[in-house]
Design a protein around this ligand. Structure first.
Ligand code: PXL
Length: 287
């Protein structure tokens, strides 16, 4: 028989706390190794005090270093997940991650527009335009990029490309901090949406990101670079942390700084395991 305190004793208190808990939805791929994708987003939401929901767009068989297989979820099922969740939960912010194909990008855009119309309010939306895995494997089909630009970007509160993704959206590679500034200004003018360009892949001892607002202001967020950590999912975690802040009612500028601090801590306090002589690393979302 179980002994010790009755776990049900404080249920009333717990119920009253959860009534005020903000809800966020991630629309993303499933990473079975759980460092990236919907799993990273849900862990991040949880760690930051937000109740996380997920609509899965595709299933990826992978580890931090290698994508073995990827399959999309039927597009009607993607839409059904989003609509079912909006009908039942007071969703305060949405994030999109890996959307896999043009067809799914388009269905997600329509489901968000229809859901916002039904609940009669604009929903903060963070778009992480995931194109490649950290391992370099392609995750997004080429024809999906145009649909992103046409249907999803106009709905965004923030778009969070890394340097490769920003270069792809711009049509030319970004090589240095000056190139990053020009890219941010051009992308923000073109799409009339704030961009956070993540500079983590540039050489240097700091990972510096630039937030471009539509009025032309630029804010810089910098943190010491952690060397020798082979994790994936930092981009997912960062944009999920920003989404959690927006769900809790923070402004965009106020949401980015604590999100940068959170993702930096998940990297610095990462896990390492050794199996068959190889090391596998993972972000520590419980920081
Ligand atoms: O880190 C980008 C990413 C996003 N979403 C899913 C992923 C990955 C990387 O592997 O698997 C589902």
């Amino acid at each position: 028989m179980l002994s010790g305190p009755n776990p049900m004793a404080n249920q009333e208190d717990r119920r009253s706390q959860t009534a005020a808990t903000a809800v966020a939805l991630t629309i993303a791929g499933s990473d079975c190794s759980a460092g990236a994708g919907a799993q990273a987003d849900l862990k991040t939401f949880s760690a930051l005090g937000v109740y996380g929901l997920s609509a899965i767009t595709c299933v990826v068989a992978e580890t931090p270093g290698k994508v073995a297989q990827i399959e999309p979820v039927n597009v009607d099922l993607v839409r059904a997940q989003i609509e079912t969740l909006f009908a039942a939960f007071p969703i305060a912010a949405v994030k999109t991650g890996l959307l896999y194909s043009a067809e799914i990008v388009s269905a997600v855009a329509r489901a968000i527009v229809d859901s916002a119309r039904k609940i009669d309010r604009k929903i903060p939306l963070v778009i992480d335009p995931v194109m490649l895995a950290t391992s370099g494997d392609a995750l997004l089909r080429d024809d999906a990029v145009q649909l992103y630009e046409k249907e999803l970007f106009p709905l965004a509160t923030l778009i969070t490309p890394n340097l490769d993704e920003a270069g792809k959206l711009l049509g030319e590679p970004i090589r240095d901090p000056d190139g990053m500034r020009v890219a941010g200004q051009r992308l923000t003018e073109k799409f009339r949406v704030p961009f956070l360009i993540k500079g983590g892949h540039l050489a240097g001892d700091h990972a510096t990101d630039l937030l471009f607002l539509i009025d032309g202001r630029v804010a810089e967020f910098s943190a010491p670079f952690s060397r020798g950590v082979a994790t994936h999912g930092t981009g997912c975690t960062y944009s999920a942390a920003i989404t959690a802040g927006l769900a809790r009612g923070l402004s965009l500028q106020d949401a980015v700084r604590p999100a940068k601090e959170y993702v930096t801590a998940t990297i610095a306090q990462h896990f390492t395991w050794k199996t068959a002589g190889e090391s596998v690393h993972a972000l520590n979302h419980s920081v």
